[in-house]
Design a protein around this ligand. Sequence first.
Ligand code: HEC
Length: 202
Amino acid sequence: MLKSLSLVLVGMATPLVAEIGRVATPDEIAAWDIDVRPDGAGLPEGSGSVAMGETVFEEKCAACHGDFGEGVGRYPALAGGFDTLTDERPVKTVGSYWPYLSTVWDYVHRAMPYGEAQTLSNDEVYAVTAYILYLNDLVDDEAFVLGRENFAEIPLPNMVNFYDDDRATVEIPQFTGPVCMSGCKATAAITKHAAGADVTPE
Ligand code: HEC
């Protein structure tokens, strides 16, 4: 909750109080408060079908992401890439990689179409999100309707490979022990040069 700021200068005989700003209005807070969580919390009312999503997608997304979400040029693919995550060059898409459908809804609602962010209605965002599921073979019926009610029932395939931030138990102990400063490793050998990967200018 945003509050007006009071700047209090202490350490003076009579503290000076400067009243800065004002309380944010409910409308201002609502305009910022648009995040959607994996359990669907934060989703607005609305719904959209795969068929409606196809129309929106062709008009407003396909120029960059391709008719089937395959990605045009260097614009990101939104579909496919299943079973590539352990490859040397994994294809990370909404279908193959993203953990939660809420991230798709939130991201599209907030940031797409690129250059014209936040021009879609809530129903259109539900519809293109449903269409992206369809492009990834995660729903197979064009009549499928995605809405707030059934949103949390649709897990993405790679969700199981994400886990809660476990730094406190895993990493902090590794970085808080005594620091090795010499002879830490028996051998150190150069196995590769960056020039070999052809990424370094002559
Ligand atoms: C003018 C080109 C363009 C259009 C039109 C466009 N996008 Fe994008 N989209 C991008 C670019 C560029 C990115 C990557 C942005 C970044 O990484 O900062 C992106 C990223 C995305 C991503 C995340 C992909 C990933 O795996 O990181 C999704 C999902 C997405 N767009 C959906 C949509 C939808 C849905 C529409 C239509 C409503 C749309 N986009 C329209 C250019 C476009």
